[in-house]
Design a protein around this ligand. Structure first.
Ligand code: NAD
Length: 454
């Protein structure tokens, strides 16, 4: 479903009329097309700054080296009147106390009005819990408040601000996440932190184009929606993709996989034998699986007082129990290969709760518990487990919402519009890449910094 305000705002005259009467004028968001490119920042101007005593600056240089960006450096920039930047990167990993926070002001204040539309800001801070002093922990955590607030100030122009928490000695793992946040693959990820840690092992070589070549992926609920978009995206990066969906949807499933040469697996994940069948399928056909996207999910909304018992049971069985059961077999029997990637589809409803979704909110919050726990196990084999939490995404489900609710979902975000299934697919795809090996146990919101669920 297209957004009438994004359309209207793309016309300069209409945009100024709408603005004058106080109606939101969301910009057309730039979204990367196609597969990952090495030089994805070709010709773009990136300003890099740092606070004193930082630890990540050398690795920021490495990450930017082959992107084609024109990199400038200044800790206290003095831009020319007509100067604009496509991206700002600030390394705040050296912060030891409150006084150091002033370096954020010194770097960002002079360039706050110097951003192009759809610009990217990324700030790196040390992981607060890894800091030795209380004041260093507080300063590192303060950076998140700064980034989230700044994101709210720049979102009207389609620009985003995100951050990386970096554990000491994990600096050599930041390239993948930094490149993702700087790219137009992260268009609808805004105001979000990701933690990069030194737990587990990284692949020996990390390539940035066709990173999923020779990888085998399973996408549950892959017949349509976010699952189908994700399957297509993984295939474009070179993965062999198996889409699983319920037998009643076999025709749609076959059509979806035909588009990218994938394989259809018609199965209900709540069947008692589903974990065994999935494990045997991948073991026999491919010798294992590298990427598991637990995407299948349903809603059965009613306020708790009006909720029939079968609504409760069905949502628990599909959205949570089946994932735990399938994962248990795949991980216990090491069907998931070394450097495997497991990604769950959570929801902002699981973070903040939603009226009429006690059943759904419980399952999606349960998945956060699952990911936080599982993200720490199997690290010695390089396996990572993360979640993405979509906000308002333009799908069949949200098109059916009453107008008022739909408008609230779209506009109450920093980007004043909803996302697209491909935005979620991009976040998932990034988390499956070898370069995301330092990210595990994270829940990454793909919500345009929605106020709902904040
Ligand atoms: P969708 O309804 O378009 O697709 C879900 C797919 O899962 C369907 O093809 C369905 O047949 C399949 N499925 C359901 N039960 C199954 C089962 N027992 N076994 C196998 N397959 C089964 O949904 P979507 O909007 O693409 O959502 C995908 C995931 O993202 C879900 O987990 C959902 O909770 C989550 N999510 C979506 C949004 C959104 O705005 N669309 C927001 C937050 C979270």
């Amino acid at each position: 479903m297209s957004d009438y305000l994004v359309k209207a705002s793309s016309n300069a005259t209409l945009r100024s009329v709408l603005k004058s009467v106080g109606v939101p004028t969301p910009v057309t968001l730039e979204r990367a097309q196609g597969a990952y490119q090495e030089r994805f920042l070709e010709g773009q101007k990136v300003l890099v700054g740092a606070t004193a005593g930082t630890t990540a600056s050398a690795q920021i240089d490495v990450a930017l080296e082959s992107t084609g960006a024109n990199v400038e450096r200044a800790d206290t920039p003095q831009p020319a009147d007509d100067e604009k930047f496509d991206a700002l990167v600030f390394d705040a990993t050296g912060m030891q106390g409150v006084a150091d926070l002033k370096s954020l002001y010194a770097f960002f204040h002079p360039v706050a009005r110097k951003l192009t539309t759809n610009a990217r800001i990324v700030v790196l801070a040390s992981l607060p819990q890894a800091m030795e002093s209380v004041s260093a922990s507080a300063a590192a955590r303060a950076v998140e408040g700064f980034v989230r607030s700044l994101a709210k100030e720049i979102g009207q122009l389609g620009s985003t601000a995100n951050m990386l928490y970096v554990e000491p000695d994990a600096e050599d793992r930041i390239a993948g996440p930094l490149r993702f946040f700087l790219s137009d693959y992260s268009t609808f990820v805004d105001g979000q932190p990701l933690s990069v840690t030194r737990a587990g092992i990284m692949p020996e070589t990390v390539v940035s184009t066709q990173p999923l070549k020779d990888k085998v992926a399973l996408v549950t609920g892959g017949a349509r929606g976010i699952g189908a978009a994700t399957a297509q995206r993984l295939a474009r990066e070179g993965a062999t993709v198996v889409c699983l969906d319920i037998p009643q949807d076999q025709d749609t499933l076959e059509e979806t996989v035909a588009e990218f040469g994938g394989t259809a697996l018609a199965l209900d994940i709540t069947d008692d034998n589903a974990p065994r069948e999935i494990a045997d399928f991948f073991k026999d056909k491919f010798g294992g699986v590298d990427i598991v996207i637990h995407n299948a999910g349903v809603t059965r909304d009613k306020t708790l007082a009006n909720m029939p018992e079968h609504y409760w049971d069905m949502v628990q069985a599909i959205n949570l129990q089946a994932i735990i059961d399938v994962d248990a077999v795949l991980s216990d029997e090491q069907i998931i290969n070394e450097h495997g990637r497991v990604i769950c589809l959570c929801s902002i409803g699981g973070i903040a709760g939603n009226r009429g979704q006690t059943n759904y909110g419980a399952t999606k919050a349960g998945l956060i518990g699952f990911v936080e726990r599982r993200g720490a196990t199997d690290r010695e084999r390089g396996v990572t487990v993360n979640a993405v939490a979509p906000g308002f995404i333009e799908t069949r489900m949200t098109a059916e919402m009453p107008f008022g609710m739909r408008e609230a979902g779209r506009r109450l975000s920093s980007l004043s519009q909803g996302g697209e299934p491909r935005d979620v697919a991009e976040a998932i795809t990034f988390l499956t890449t070898p370069g995301a090996g330092g990210v595990s146990g994270n829940v990454l919101r793909v919500c345009g910094q929605s106020l709902i669920g904040a």
